[in-house]
Ligand binder design. Sequence first.
Ligand code: TYD
Length: 138
Amino acid sequence: MKVSDAKIIDLPKICDPRGNLTVVEELKDIPFKIARCYWIYDVPGGESRGGHAHKKLKQLLIALSGSFTVTLDDGTEKKTILLNHPYQGLILETNIWRTLDDFSSGAVCMVLASDIYDPDDYIYDYNEFIEYRKHLDG
Ligand code: TYD
């Protein structure tokens, strides 16, 4: 996947005077089955999350509350995307270096992931990531 392919998707939003509702169904609203859900919260001002790539894992990131930026890097190109609506999501395909920054006060980042936690799926070293991408991209 290239960074230029990354985009924010609009999720179904059911507007209601009692409060709105957004839903995600696997293989319908997102192109993978959901094996795991986790969320990042209480991020102190100025802190950064992420800073790695995944070899096989696909993810959907949603700003359930507040806002944060996601910087994507495919080894050639970088792009920074602001997530600030609970009815939008960013699909992260495989082999993209990502960093999450600029968390607003009270921001909650929910992640729907295509697989259970596997430390061996991570690339934590940026130079290793660049070499891995070169190998993949031929
Ligand atoms: P990590 O994925 O590196 O966090 P970030 O969101 O900043 O990229 O995970 C941070 C720590 O949490 C790491 O020690 C592994 C642990 N962890 C789990 O045990 N299970 C999980 O599902 C996740 C996502 C992380």
